[in-house]
Ligand binder design. Structure first.
Ligand code: SAM
Length: 182
């Protein structure tokens, strides 16, 4: 089962956020801007493998986790179909940590924990939502959060990250982070 088929997440599908290829391409491009094939990526919240598969096909070593076992199963199935191997789990270290399209499901405490968790890598890409209703987003999702997108940069800094660069993609912000010396 893909995460988009799970009742918990299927509002994405009904709002048109089901373009796997587009998400995978965007993730691959963002990763390529930072590290080389052969290097190690850890993805938190792999979903159905939209980023995992293209990253593996491009030659990256990819590790990942997800809160839903059904999504891990789907990612493994997608990998098997493409004859590539994903490592389910958290590596001791990675060259880059990514968390794409996940923070909109998280509470403030989870986002804070996320910053600590991603410390296994010196650099990270984290996306977050800045508004609702533009292309795909049900407004209630952002409204329900107990943290505001404007707090993201300060929270990242507080937890040991510098926000190096931010790219706006519709209602979504792709933040590139570098671990700062503390
Ligand atoms: C919208 S999907 C994005 C999946 C994938 N990153 C992508 O871009 O296609 C959100 C994913 O985050 C996972 N997720 C949500 N909260 C999580 C948490 N606290 N820890 C790990 N995974 C989480 C969900 O199970 C789901 O697979």
């Amino acid at each position: 089962m893909k995460w988009v088929d799970d009742p918990k997440w299927n509002h994405w599908q009904s709002h048109g956020w089901s373009n796997y290829e587009q998400m995978g391409d965007r993730a691959l491009q963002a990763v390529r801007d930072i590290i080389e094939p052969g290097q190690k990526v850890y993805e938190l919240g792999v979903g159905g493998g939209a980023a995992v598969v293209p990253l593996l096909l491009a030659g990256y070593e990819v590790w990942g986790t997800d809160i839903l076992q059904t999504n891990i199963d789907e990612t493994e199935r997608q990998c098997a179909q493409h004859a590539v191997r994903f490592r389910h789990g958290i590596p001791e270290t990675a060259d880059l940590a990514i968390c794409i399209n996940v923070t909109q499901h998280m509470t403030r405490l989870e986002v804070f924990a996320l910053f600590k968790h991603l410390h296994l890598a010196p650099r990270a890409i984290v996306t977050f939502r800045v508004g609702g209703g533009i292309d795909s987003e049900p407004p209630r999702l952002v409204d329900m959060l107990d943290w505001r997108p404007e707090q993201f940069e300060a929270a990242a800094y507080e937890h040991g990250w510098l926000v190096e660069r931010v790219d706006d993609v519709g209602a979504e912000r792709w933040a590139r982070l570098r671990r700062r010396a503390i």
